[in-house]
Design a protein around this ligand. Structure first.
Ligand code: QAP
Ligand code: CO
Length: 168
C-alpha cells in the first residue's frame, strides 16, 4: 500500500481526459487500493485517478460515516434520475475551499467493479453527488468550473501563492 501525491488546481494535468480501463488486472486493483489509502488518509470521500496523475477511468468513493464502505468504480457512467440540489463541495485537489454546486440527487450508475464485473445501481444524496464529482475529474473537469469567474480566479490565485510559498 502507498500514499500517492495528489495534483492540485490549477495544475494543467487535471484537465486531461482519462482513457477507459481496457483490462481490470492486478495493477489496476493495486492502484485502486493505493487510491483508497490515499483518500482515507486525507481524509476524503472520493478520489479519481486523474488526481494522482493516472489518466484512466477509475474512481474510488466512500461516503460512509465510519469510512468502511469503499467503492471502486471502473469506466463509470451515469444517467440522471433525480432533481437538482445544491451541495457544498470540496476537493482534495482544491484544498481548503468549499463552494455550493448544483448536482442531481439521484443517478443510475453503470461501471465495472474491481473484479472486472459489470455492475449497476442507483445512488442518492451524497453518494450520488460524489460519484458525479469524481466522474467530472475523469473528463478533466473540476467543481471550480461551476463557480463564477471571480470566485474561480480568487481560488486559483490563493493556491498558486501557496504553491510558490511551499516551493521556497
Ligand atoms: C469530492 O472531496 C466531494 O479541502 C470529494 O482541505 C466533496 O473528499 C464530493 C478534502 C464534497 C461531494 C461533496 C478537501 C480534504 C476532501 C479539503 C473530498 C481538504 C481536505 C475532499
Ligand atoms: Co475532487
Amino acid at each position: 500500500m502507498a500514499i500517492l501525491d495528489i495534483l492540485e488546481y490549477p495544475d494543467p494535468r487535471l484537465r486531461t481526459v482519462a482513457k477507459p480501463v481496457e483490462k481490470v488486472d492486478d495493477e489496476i486493483r493495486k492502484l485502486a487500493e493505493d487510491m483508497l489509502e490515499t483518500m482515507y488518509e486525507a481524509p476524503g470521500i472520493g478520489l479519481a485517478a486523474s488526481q494522482i496523475d493516472r489518466h484512466i477511468r477509475l474512481i474510488v468513493v466512500d461516503v460512509s460515516e465510519d469510512q468502511n464502505e469503499p467503492h471502486v468504480l471502473i469506466n463509470p457512467e451515469y444517467d440522471v434520475l433525480g432533481e437538482v440540489v445544491e451541495y457544498q463541495e470540496g476537493c482534495l485537489s482544491v484544498p481548503g475551499f468549499y463552494e455550493k454546486v448544483d448536482r442531481s440527487d439521484r443517478i443510475h450508475v453503470r461501471a465495472l467493479n474491481k473484479d472486472g464485473e459489470a455492475i449497476e445501481f442507483e445512488a442518492t444524496d451524497l453518494f450520488a453527488i460524489c460519484i458525479q464529482h469524481e466522474i467530472d475529474h475523469l473528463d478533466g473537469k473540476l467543481f471550480v468550473d461551476y463557480l463564477s469567474g471571480l470566485k474561480r480566479t480568487r481560488i486559483k490565485k490563493k493556491l498558486e501563492k501557496q504553491h510558490k510559498m511551499a516551493a521556497r
